[in-house]
Design a protein around this ligand. Structure first.
Ligand code: TXA
Ligand code: MG
Length: 319
């Protein structure tokens, strides 16, 4: 079947309340009709996702935005005009049209217009917004290819093939307050880029308050131990048994397997290849894996967020 037939079939399944995995520019999503609570319930079931972790709703045009959130703030429309379609999710006050199961009972809903033609066509053809988390089992590695999706969710009703994800890590999530925006999850769209349009203003909150319900310390967990390259315990370990995700190309000596994450030396490449690299080492004949750390600024913030969460179960703090 050709791509157009595949999209038509996938859209039909969405309308029937079934689950379709589809490509976006960030990671593959596990999609369902966002306004059909039974369909959305199946996402939680298949992903084994806790019900307190709300979903992002994907739209194809601004009419859908109006349907999901009443009277959007002018700043929302400004940011939408600058960054959509693209890897930016905005958490907004929801309308009554959005079922509670999508937002885990919150009064807000996360919305984004994905920068991927297949995703946009799927939403348009379905004729409804599509709720979609990343298409992986809860807490595990995110999928950046159709193969990664099938590895974790072979029972999904349909997978739309869209090649390798162009961005490779999940969207930046922001929320607006009276004075500006704050970042709930770092992504490829950085604070600096957003600040050109709306001021950054983080509201004061208790240190332990979870910003987004799904933002746990442990997430994106690979199937074998992962250590960060600055972990002192590595001195006692045998590098030959490890696979290494290398960014700078330095200090790779002795590792059993080395994957070059960024041949051009660009942090964006590291982000694009991050989950693919982790999937590869998960499947490779190595006992454990090590990932090179980078400076936590700009896109480095998003990369280190994913790496710290993926390595959390094996971190020194936990042992
Ligand atoms: O790039 C992406 O955002 C991908 C693709 C598929 O679009 N989606 C994605 O979804 O990463 P997921 O479910 O893996 O992560 C969504 C995050 C969760 O941590 C959730 O807690 C947060 O978004 N979130 C969703 N709605 C929210 C809300 N109303 N308030 C605060 N956080 C919210
Ligand atoms: Mg996810």
């Amino acid at each position: 079947m050709g791509l157009q037939e595949d999209i038509a079939r996938a859209a039909e399944l969405i309308r029937e309340g079934r689950l379709v995995a589809f490509p976006t520019e960030t990671v593959y999503g596990l999609g369902a009709h966002a306004l059909d609570p039974m369909a959305v319930a199946r996402i939680y079931e298949l992903k084994e996702r806790p019900s307190f972790d709300p979903l992002i709703v994907h739209i194809a045009d601004l009419a859908m935005l109006q349907q999901l959130c009443l009277a959007p703030d002018p700043r929302v429309l400004l940011l939408a005009s600058k960054f959509w379609p693209g890897p930016l999710t905005m958490v907004l006050p929801k309308s009554a049209a959005v079922p509670d199961i999508v937002t885990s009972g919150l009064s807000t809903v996360g919305i984004r217009m994905p920068g991927n033609e297949i995703a946009l066509q799927l939403i348009k053809t379905s004729g409804c917004p599509i709720a979609a988390p990343s298409a992986n089992k809860f807490g595990r590695l995110s999928p950046t290819s159709a193969r990664h999706v099938l590895k974790q969710l072979p029972e999904v009703d349909f997978v739309l093939e869209g090649g390798k994800a162009q961005v490779g890590i999940e969207s930046t999530i922001i929320r607006l307050n009276e004075k500006g925006f704050e970042i709930l999850r770092h992504g490829i769209i950085t604070r600096e880029e957003l600040e050109k349009w709306v001021p950054f203003h983080a509201e004061e909150k208790p240190a332990d308050q979870m910003l987004a319900p799904g933002m746990m310390k442990s997430h994106y967990s690979p199937g074998k131990p992962l250590y960060l390259s600055d972990d002192e315990r590595l001195m006692q370990m045998n590098r030959r048994d490890a696979g290494f995700l290398s960014f700078s190309g330095q200090d790779t000596h002795g590792y059993g397997l080395v994957l070059d994450m960024a041949p051009g030396g660009d942090l964006k490449e590291y982000a694009v290849n991050l989950f693919e690299g982790l999937h590869q080492l998960e499947e490779a004949k190595v006992a454990f894996m090590v990932a090179e750390t980078v400076e936590e600024k700009g896109i480095g913030l998003a990369i280190m967020d994913r790496l710290r969460k993926a390595a959390w179960r094996y971190s020194a703090e936990q042992h």
